[in-house]
Design a protein. Structure first.
Length: 206
């Protein structure tokens, strides 16, 4: 049976890190709508330009744009044996749309105290070349290990972060209830060390 997994959690909860580990463990594609949108923004595509205004303002990209993007991606050949969605769905309406596209087998909620997330996100710096991610709390060098200069993403700046967390609380948190009622939700403690969270996720996914 294919593993069709959704990863839930507030911005900065560590979903991206855990998504990579899950995708490697089960040999399934890691599908991040955020990464897809950022790639389109860098390349200046029509969908990228449309999404940029929303993302830079910490707002959600309109459903019709995101749903069409996900639907197309899940039909690609590498998704035949399963997939991991990270960053979608973000609302109950998107979850209902996804139900019409595919069957979700497990939803993993990385549960982290929202009050601690703002500092975690605003301290994040990323490498525009290799995609490496660092925290200014634990990494003082202004350059990535690959040599490129680290930058702060626009959606990691303080005002945008406040907006993102508010959007999450209003729109995305209700997904926990939605999937709990469907009997496919499992929650893990995202406040633990990265490897501990990974072990907990591996245990619930089997």
């Amino acid at each position: 049976m294919s593993k069709n997994i959704i990863l839930l959690g507030a911005p900065g909860a560590g979903k991206g890190t855990q998504a990579i580990k899950i995708a490697e463990r089960y040999k399934i594609p890691h599908i991040s709508t955020g990464d897809i949108f950022r790639k389109n923004i860098r390349e200046g595509t029509p969908i990228g330009l449309k999404a940029k205004g929303y993302i830079d303002g910490g707002k959600l990209v309109p459903d019709e744009v995101t749903i069409a993007l996900v639907d197309s991606r899940l039909k690609e050949s590498d998704c035949a044996k399963g997939w991991l969605l990270d960053g979608f769905p973000r609302t109950t309406a998107q979850a209902e749309a996804l139900d019409k596209i595919a069957k979700v087998t497990t939803v993993v909620n990385v549960d982290v105290d929202l009050n601690k997330l703002s500092d975690r996100i605003t301290s994040r710096r990323v490498c525009p070349d290799c995609g490496g991610s660092y925290s200014t709390v634990t990494y003082s060098n202004s350059n990535c290990t690959c040599g490129s200069k680290l930058v702060q993403r626009d959606d990691d700046k303080e005002e945008t972060v406040k907006s993102r967390l508010q959007v999450y609380a209003n729109s995305t948190a209700p997904l926990i209830e939605y999937y709990k009622k469907k009997g496919v939700l499992v929650s893990v403690d995202g406040n633990k060390a990265i490897d501990e969270v990974a072990k907990e996720i591996a245990k619930v996914l089997g």
